[in-house]
Design a protein. Structure first.
Ligand code: BGC
Length: 737
């Protein structure tokens, strides 16, 4: 159907809808919260969308909507399928967004999006609440793992890839789903990295730093946006027409529909205290430009009453309904309400293989004093809870963390933990692998332990939950045991990190030092004087300066998904040459945050007297088994073409990510000390040199001025090209535009 035909059909439908039906169309019902009966009642009323419902339950809702609501408008189902269709136990589980960003490869994001779309659509669903385009600039935030890291450009490129992957060539294809760029905007910039509080932001800063990744979502044709919990200068984003209409629709050119985040509308009354009652909140949210209201079911009555009382024009609701119906028609839902996907594809071999390849590409080696790859070793001690904890490896938003019904589900095979990866390769290579958990990543509070150790509970349901939770009980601390296990090894692989209790919504951390006895475990193992590699299986960068200093090797895997452990083992045995690069800085200490590379310059050096200014590991860092050297940087200011010679100075083929940064020497506003504007990947054989050309655009040098307009200001610029954001890794040239 062409745009004009869609427009006419939307208007025809709209003209038949009652006020109640329009209001219902803008409501998104949380199935798991309200249950089946209530969901079916909403379907009959003509609710526009449901979230968190799968399979036959979803089919029943759809049939009810189509057959028993007056106009039979199909509903759309949304789900949080954010690194694979993880809430389905059979699905292929990919590395987290943060881990995926370590690939610095939008094609990997696109493939993850494509696979996820096929699997979600096969479950009959239409829409994923992904990607997160918020920046991760303060790792204390609980949702850092959901971001593509700290940089607007990298995040934007990965966003572009994943949105293309989700949505495919056409929204009405059986295996395409709607993407949702969230959380618009500034969620990651909440003060003190405290989830969902207010944001230290101005519109200019918003446009310069935080809009770009969202703009790339729009460029990729992203169908929906989700609003953020936060606020700007005293205005809730949810009720801010400038953010939601002027910037999003007029300036960015977004033409899809906007959904609020969970109860954002209600929280105008209950959390942010800017609305007197639900009616006031409903009017504010609708007038600001929210088309669909997630989970605030009171919105329905409130908005109807507000229109009847003359407090809001019905035309406001019409516009929201228009946006929603247009998308339903673009998806061809009236003809084909249920996506069929690709029957049999959920968790199929090809999809798992894609998750495995993404995991390999995400492995990021940060230090290697020569102990890796592991060769001529006879015995390896693999130590640490997270070496064999699939829930930590998966991270957030899988069936293990967001069970729709049960408290703690059994992890389903196939998956490979780090320990299992080492065991499999050890068996192949005749290397003995011993494992010891060492200590709990996060020891349980005494009251929980007491519950585990106490007698069986009388209530059988509660007892079943307890039994399941006990299966996920962390190991007891036993550092001497770990030391004993490691004593006769030729190499130690210590896996440290965090657990799901330490990240996610509501779980920001004030302290990013390794929790529990993990540092004591490290020191005890280090004292053995056996080559020691530390692997980080965690949701985010943790503060590990001592480890960075004294370990023989450091490898970051973040939440690597189903085959994260296998990827780590293969990289460390040298089966492939790791090429991950950090999308985020590693702080030396929680108190050093924020420590992102593209900071604004300041008078007094921008440092604490008791802490260096630089992070432990910087944005863009990452090494493989071959070093790369750079020479002969040229830049033509007329054609905007940069060239540089990159040489593989090692004896193994490898991938280098050539990174391009710029600095605006004098500008009307203070600019970052450097800013990533391009990157490209090059594969080089041992000893090979390639001249890499990178075509830049004039807009890459733009800024947002005090009038909030994006402009290029002529003048002097510096261009840096090289291996990472660190000064010593970059060649520099100067030019004028
Ligand atoms: C989160 C969103 C998520 C939504 C639906 C909210 O609490 O902030 O990211 O998509 O819930 O699950």
């Amino acid at each position: 159907m062409n745009n004009e035909a869609i427009r006419q059909q939307v208007e025809a439908l709209l003209s038949q809808m009652t006020l109640e039906e329009k209001a219902a169309q803008t409501v998104q019902v949380p199935y798991t919260v309200v249950g089946r009966e209530e969901s079916l009642r909403w379907a009959k009323l003509g609710a526009g969308s449901f979230l968190h419902v799968l399979g036959d339950d979803a089919r029943e809702v759809q049939q009810t909507a189509m057959q028993e609501s007056r106009l039979g408008i199909p509903v759309i189902f949304g789900i949080d399928a954010i690194h694979g269709h993880g809430l389905n136990q059979q699905a292929a589980i990919f590395p987290s967004q943060l881990a995926t960003a370590c690939t610095w490869d939008p094609a990997v994001a696109e493939e993850m999006g494509r696979v996820t779309a096929r699997e979600v659509a096969t479950d009959g669903l239409h829409w994923t609440f992904s990607p997160v385009c918020c920046l991760g600039r303060d790792s204390r935030w609980g949702r850092i793992d959901e971001t593509f890291g700290e940089d607007p450009y990298l995040s934007g490129e990965m966003t572009y890839g994943i949105v293309k992957g989700y949505q495919g060539d056409s929204l009405d294809a059986d295996d395409s789903i709607l993407a949702c760029a969230k959380h618009y905007i500034g969620y990651g910039e909440a003060v003190g990295a405290r989830d969902a509080v207010d944001t230290q932001m101005t519109y200019r800063k918003m446009k310069e730093v935080f809009v770009p990744p969202f703009q790339r979502a729009v460029d990729a044709g992203c169908a929906t946006f989700m609003t953020a919990y936060g606020s700007i200068d005293g205005h809730s984003f949810t009720a801010d027409p400038k953010t939601m209409k002027t910037i999003l629709r007029d300036e960015m050119g977004f033409d899809g529909f906007v959904v609020t985040d969970w109860n954002n509308c209600g929280s105008l009354v209950t959390q942010q205290f800017v609305a007197e009652d639900m009616q006031d909140a409903a009017v504010q949210a609708a007038e600001a430009g929210n088309d669909m209201i997630m989970s605030t079911l009171e919105y329905y009555d409130a908005v109807i009453t507000a229109v009847r009382a003359g407090k809001m024009q019905e035309a406001v609701l019409d516009e929201a309904v228009r946006h929603i119906l247009t998308m339903k028609l673009r998806m061809n839902l009236f003809e084909k309400p249920e996506k069929t996907g690709v029957p049999g594809c959920i968790g199929c071999e090809a999809h798992r293989d894609a998750a495995y390849r993404a995991a390999k590409r995400s492995v990021t080696m940060l230090k290697n004093s020569g102990m890796l790859p592991l060769r001529s070793v006879k015995k390896i001690a693999v130590i640490g809870q997270n070496a064999d904890d699939i829930q930590s490896q998966y991270g957030d938003w899988t069936y293990l963390t967001h069970p729709n019904a049960e408290a703690a589900r059994e992890p389903l095979r196939p998956y490979v933990t780090v320990k299992e990866g080492f065991e499999a390769l050890g068996a192949e290579k005749g290397v003995e692998i011993v494992y010891h958990p060492g200590c709990a990543v996060r020891p349980l509070p005494p009251e929980v332990l007491a519950m585990f150790e106490g007698p069986a509970l009388k209530d059988p349901v509660a007892e079943a939950v307890r039994q399941k939770a006990m299966k996920r009980r962390p190991p007891a601390d036993d550092i001497p045991g770990a030391v004993e296990a490691a004593r006769s090894a030729d190499a130690i692989v210590l896996v440290v990190g965090d657990t799901i209790d330490q990240h996610g919504e509501y779980k920001d951390r004030a302290d990013l030092a390794l929790s529990g006895q993990q540092m004591a475990l490290y020191r005890a193992l280090r004292a053995l004087n056996i080559p020691l590699a530390v692997v980080l299986v965690s949701s985010k960068p943790l503060a590990i300066p001592e480890i960075a200093d004294s370990a023989d090797a450091v490898v970051v895997a973040f939440n690597g998904g189903q085959f994260g452990g296998q990827a780590v083992a293969e990289a460390m045995f040298g089966l492939f040459n790791p090429s991950g690069r950090l999308p985020i800085s590693f702080p030396a200490h929680s108190g050093q945050l924020p420590v992102y590379y593209n900071a604004l310059p300041g008078w007094h050096g921008g440092r604490y007297m008791d802490m260096p200014r630089t992070p432990v590991y910087a944005f863009g860092e990452g090494i493989g088994y071959a070093p790369f050297t750079y020479a002969n940087l040229t830049f033509d200011a007329d054609t905007l073409l940069a060239t540089v010679d990159v040489t593989n100075a090692g004896n193994i083929a490898g991938d280098e990510v050539v990174q391009v940064y710029m600095h605006d020497v004098v500008a009307s506003v203070i600019r970052p000390v450097k800013q990533l504007i391009a990157f490209t990947r090059v594969t080089l054989q041992p000893g090979e040199t390639k001249t890499v050309s990178i075509q830049l655009k004039r807009d890459d040098f733009s800024l947002v001025n005090r009038e909030e307009k994006r402009v290029v200001e002529p003048g002097a610029f510096e261009l840096f090209v090289g291996h990472s954001s660190k000064d010593e890794d970059l060649l520099k040239t100067e030019f004028r535009l």
